[in-house]
Design a protein around this ligand. Sequence first.
Ligand code: ATP
Ligand code: MG
Length: 180
Amino acid sequence: MSERLFLAVALTDEIRHGLAAFLGERTIRLPGRPTPPDNWHLTLRFLGSAEALQRDRVLEFLDEHLVVGPFTLGFVGLGAFPKPSRATVLWLGVGRGTDEVTAMAAVGEEAAISTGFAPEDRPFHPHLTLSRIRPPTNVAGLVEQVGPFPLKMEVDRLTVYRSHLSREGARYENVDEVLL
Ligand code: ATP
Ligand code: MG
C-alpha cells in the first residue's frame, strides 16, 4: 500500500492562530482558494507516492544525516509564485532561520534521492502557502501592502506528513518526526 508523503516543518498552534489573526486584522481577503490554517506548514521536500519500506529508509537516512540543531524561525511578508503580477500561489516568506530550513531541505533531498525518488528539479524556496489562485491574478498590491508577520517560533523537529487528497481538500496526517 503506497502513501503520499512529504517532509515539512510543522507550525505551532500559536503561529497558526497568530497568522490567522494577523491576516484577519488587516482584513485581507486572500484571492483564490485559501489553504485552511490547520494545513499551514513549510514544505521541505515533497516525496509523493511511497511504500512503507521506503518511508522507513527515508527516516533512517534523516536520523543519520540531519545535523541541523534547533533554531528560531521568523517570517517576512507576502510573496507569490511565479511572480506577483501573475500569481498562482500566494505565500508568506521565511526570514530568520532560512539557512537552517534550507539545510533541512537539502538533507531531505539527499534522503529522497538515496531512497529512490526522482531528484527535484526546481530550486528550493521556503514558503508557507496561503492561497492557490486560478486563473493567475495580479496580487502585487496586496503583497506590497502587507508588512512582515512579527511572530517567531522555535523549530526542534522535522515532520513527515501523509497527505490525503479528496474533494473536500487535502488533509495531512503527522506520521513521524525527526528531532533536530
Ligand atoms: P491539493 O493538491 O489538493 O491542492 P496540497 O497541495 O496541499 O493539496 P499535496 O498535493 O499532497 O497537498 O501536497 C503536500 C505539500 O507538498 C504541499 O505543500 C504542496 O505544495 C507540496 N507539493 C505537492 N506537490 C509538489 C511537487 N510536485 N513539488 C513540490 N512540492 C509539492
Ligand atoms: Mg498539491
